[in-house]
Ligand binder design. Structure first.
Ligand SMILES: [Zn+2]
Ligand SMILES: [Zn+2]
Length: 257
């Protein structure tokens, strides 16, 4: 009788240890933050979602995107007389000098973006391309200083302004590319997509990492992909939200202009 009790106890211990083992094993096998990285091709979404202002080609394991970098929407930066000119609409708006100019943009991204072993900081200049071919910048201006309150007045309602050479670029969400919604805005140079402030279920993501992204399903990638989101904090308390700051999550491709 005692022997039977002992073996039942032994069996329970065995069951318990198997249960503990299975639990830790399955958590280890499904690392939520790295699901699908490198396994998801962005090629078909890049080909179908960029506007006709962007010429797409593939070359081996890279996608090449070419554009003139000019917006397909109204802005004061088109200059008086242009069909897409609109007079400044924002309080205190003070335009940067010069109208926007056509550029020669060539961005190369990986077909299968993957996490970089060593994360590289984004720098001044194009860090990605919006779906309309316009350049995406981080939250910095000349001297690698964060956009300040004075510079904030130079932005149009699209969250963009033009700089040296008439290079028009978005630093923020705005009235055209996405803002308080789950729109696909474009792709960052490391090949990962960037979205506006919400996820497709209408919620604000609560688990963004240090790079401003997380892994999950999006409208364009229903099986999940690592993707960035615009920050959900009003920049300097104003109307704009930073598109992307900090480091790239993946390895950046080239962007010449
Ligand atoms: Zn700028
Ligand atoms: Zn998301």
């Amino acid at each position: 009788m005692n022997k039977v009790k002992l073996s039942v106890f032994g069996l329970s211990l065995l069951t318990l240890s198997v249960a503990i083992y299975s639990c830790s094993k399955s958590e280890e096998d499904v690392p939520v933050t790295t699901t699908n990285e490198g396994a998801v091709s962005v090629t078909s979404v890049v080909q179908s979602k960029y506007t006709s202002a962007v010429t797409i080609s593939t070359s081996g394991s890279s996608i090449v995107l070419k554009s003139k970098g000019t917006p397909d929407h109204v802005t004061p930066y088109w200059g008086v007389g242009n069909a897409l000119y609109e007079a400044p609409t924002l309080a205190g708006q003070t335009l940067n000098p010069g109208n926007l100019q056509s550029q020669v943009f060539v961005m190369t991204i990986p077909t299968n973006p993957n996490q970089a072993t060593t994360k590289e900081a984004t720098t001044l200049g194009p860090i990605g391309m919006a779906l309309n071919g316009v350049a995406i910048y981080n939250d910095r201006e000349g001297g690698n200083l964060p956009v300040d309150a004075g510079t904030l007045l130079s932005f149009d309602r699209g969250g963009a302004h033009s700089g040296p050479g008439g290079l028009y670029h978005y630093h923020f969400t705005g009235d055209w590319i996405g803002n308080d919604d789950a729109k696909l805005i474009g792709f960052v140079r490391d090949g990962f997509p960037i979205y506006a402030r919400k996820d497709k279920d209408g919620s604000y993501p609560s688990n963004l990492d240090a790079y401003g992204g997380h892994t999950g399903a999006t409208t364009e990638f229903p099986n999940g992909i690592y993707h960035y989101h615009a920050a959900n904090t009003a920049y300097l308390g104003g109307r704009f939200y930073v598109l992307k700051s900090g480091s790239y999550y993946g390895t950046k491709g080239t962007f010449t202009f």
